[in-house]
Write a protein that binds this ligand. Sequence first.
Ligand SMILES: [Zn+2]
Length: 283
Amino acid sequence: MLIKPIGAVHSSIATTREMPHRGSSATVEVFPEYEDGLLGIEDSSHIVVISWMHAADRRALRLDKVGPENLPLLKGVFSLRSPSRPNPLGISATKLLKVEGRNLFLERLDLIDGTPVIDIKSYSLGWDTVFAPRGFWDMLPLPQRDPNLMLDLLRAQAFNFHGRSCRGLLMGVKMVFDVARRWNISPRNPGLRFELGNDGCIADAVQGTTGATLGNGRLTCHTGSSWTAILGQRALRYEPVERIDVSDDEILLTMDVSSMFTIAEGSAAAVSGSHQGRCGGGG
Ligand SMILES: [Zn+2]
């Protein structure tokens, strides 16, 4: 097996320790002898970068204290995304912002400066996108995890579903985070369901972060502006406040959720809306 690097990563991040959890903006330079392979790449909004994580430990097969949160868990490397593995290949799906000659400008990449690039592929909606996957991490109760990291991850999931960031989306992320924190569950707990309020952006955040959809019955319609989270006999209702007095949407992520919603907790029967029903068709 002969594998030759076809390019290299240029990034302002030089060590893995400095790397933000969700990566940093970066450029991939494709070497001159491979330039012809870039023909038509600008037609793709997203690409997959396959890299050789040269600084990785190749001997480890099991890791404890894994992940950026340092949780004391014993896992095999093939059940993780850690760089430590016998063949330290990295796969990174990212948005292609622009192409200039042999340089690909990427929205974010979790690879340090100088990382050899092995291959580049177009991201495929059919092959690569799984809307509601379940991994070990996704099922851990949210309070066991690092809150800032979780907020960041939920925001990324919501963003990927909605296609852009906006005020409603960030409010939805904060609401889902609050539900999972109060009830000590994972946002993707299969028993968690929601009654839809009337804000479409919050609806996308709920779907993107919890896996609840109209089709799987974890989203149901009711009339009104409030949202209700339901788990067994418990319910939490979130009524969006009329006006949020902050200029920058990003501030929403540091605001207390009670400044965005009037929150009521009670039994599912008492709190949830009276006009329940499935939206649209489907069975
Ligand atoms: Zn929106």
